[in-house]
Design a protein around this ligand. Structure first.
Ligand SMILES: [Zn+2]
Length: 95
């Protein structure tokens, strides 16, 4: 899957920017729900960029649904994100 320039989540258009490693402070990506903005580290391999995008989408879904008070840790988001990416990849849904 190519990383698109934007993506719609719950009807809101989010800009996606591929940025240098220094602009991600060593992270794979970041998101800002209020600003409708996602950034992905462009130095990552393609499949890792895809997984990072899914990870940030999950963060936004959690945020929009006010689930931040629930025990949804970074580890939970990472585990679900990696699993969803694997399922989509194994079923050729990115092609
Ligand atoms: Zn995260």
């Amino acid at each position: 899957m190519r990383i698109p320039e934007n993506i719609k989540i719950y009807g809101i258009l989010y800009s996606i920017e591929l940025v240098e490693d220094k602009d991600c402070r060593g992270n794979q990506g970041s998101c800002w729900t209020k600003n409708s903005y996602i950034k992905i580290n462009k130095t990552l391999q393609q499949d890792v960029q895809e997984e990072a995008l899914i990870h940030e989408i999950i963060h936004i879904i959690v945020d929009i649904n006010n689930l931040n008070d629930m025990p949804i840790t970074e580890q939970v988001v990472s585990t679900i994100g990696a699993a969803v990416h694997q399922v989509l990849t194994d079923n050729n849904l990115f092609n």
